[in-house]
Design a protein. Structure first.
Ligand code: ATP
Length: 324
């Protein structure tokens, strides 16, 4: 292997820049060339490449987003699209590809490998933490800190006005973000897709905390929660079935994806980049690098895609006890 390429794909997450930096500098350290691919698989198809040396990634470890830009590419889902991408890769003498992204991006990488026997390595970049084979995806920790900050601010206004806030957080089909920020932000209840609390129990629990003397409450709702109502319908239902609270909704949205990566994510990105490049140099392919037991480990891409990341339900119990 003499030349590697790196791209970021799918939804962006804080720490992607730190990962790009790590991949580029690990290549420089091992005296191999590195190309940055712009706009994910779109750029791979179009040959939108830029040579990157160690100095080209200065000043980005602390930046959110991705300097290489991200994209969703319909064309890469077709054989013709991937053939174009392979031609670009061959023309540019690229010997291996590091893909920073989520399970969709890994699926694309795996298919690309199967069709053209081309070495690929994945780095899990998503705030949702929904990927098997790593305790933390890149950006998850930063998102948690961003959301907890927001909840603290909402709490200030909630307690000044006797308000009950429903706060919707990201996380797609899993409740990792909701569970963690719920505990850290002192939420009354946490609604996650993995556990259906039911509307009656929710109202019951809120009434209980009201009569126990609480003047404000925060309920964290994971965007993928399946209680059967969206957050605005939830608000209306509670409004109709509870007295004494002014009920409000706050949907945090895309701010959760932005911002400077936390110390944890910068360290994780640096470790993942080194592991990804060195694994390719060792002749490995079709793996995702991940953090398991505080070690960098490889998980086969197909397992990472199909496996389920485990939710820590102990946190639900901790939250219940804390909201006594
Ligand atoms: P996020 O978790 O943030 O959504 P992701 O990597 O899962 O990130 P996707 O939009 O699912 O995001 O996938 C990113 C890109 O990967 C797609 O736009 C497409 O180019 C490629 N891709 C996804 N699935 C496939 C597939 N089955 N075959 C080929 N390419 C795919």
């Amino acid at each position: 292997i003499k030349k590697l390429a790196v791209l970021t794909s799918g939804g962006d997450s804080p720490g992607m820049n730190a990962a790009i930096r790590s991949v580029v500098r690990t290549c420089a350290y091992h005296n191999i060339e590195c190309l940055g691919v712009y706009r994910g698989y779109e750029g791979l198809i179009e040959g939108d490449f830029k040579p990157m040396d160690a100095r080209s990634v200065k000043g980005i470890i602390n930046k959110g987003g991705t300097i290489l830009k991200s994209a969703r590419s319909k064309e890469f889902r077709t054989v013709e699209g991937r053939q174009k991408a392979f031609k670009q890769v061959v023309d540019a003498d690229i010997d291996g590809l590091v893909v920073v992204g989520g399970d969709g991006s890994f699926t694309g990488a795996l298919i690309f490998n199967q069709e053209f026997d081309f070495p690929v390595m994945g780095i899990p970049g998503t705030i949702d933490n929904d990927i098997y084979g790593t305790s933390h995806t890149l950006g998850f920790d930063t998102a948690l800190n961003t959301v907890v900050d927001a909840i603290d601010k909402i709490r200030d206004t909630a307690s000044s006005h006797n308000r009950l806030f429903f706060v919707e957080v990201m996380g797609r089909d899993v409740g990792h973000i909701a569970l963690n920020v719920g505990v850290a932000g002192g939420a009354e209840e946490i609604l996650i897709p993995e556990e259906d609390l039911g509307l009656d129990r929710l109202v019951e629990s809120l009434n209980r905390s009201r009569t126990s003397g609480k003047t404000s409450s925060i309920v964290i709702v994971a965007e993928g929660d399946k209680i059967g109502k969206n957050i605005f319908e939830l608000k209306d239902y509670v409004d109709e079935n509870m007295e004494g609270y002014d009920v409000r909704v706050s949907v945090l949205g895309h701010m959760q994806r932005g911002g400077a990566p936390s110390c944890f994510d910068r360290v994780l990105a640096s470790r993942m980049g080194v592991k990804a490049v060195e694994s390719l140099l060792d002749g490995e392919t079709n793996y995702m690098v991940g953090l398991l037991d505080n070690k960098m480990e490889l998980t086969p891409l197909d397992k990472a895609i199909k496996g389920k990341s485990k939710i820590n339900l102990e946190l639900l119990r901790v939250s219940d006890i804390m909201s006594t």
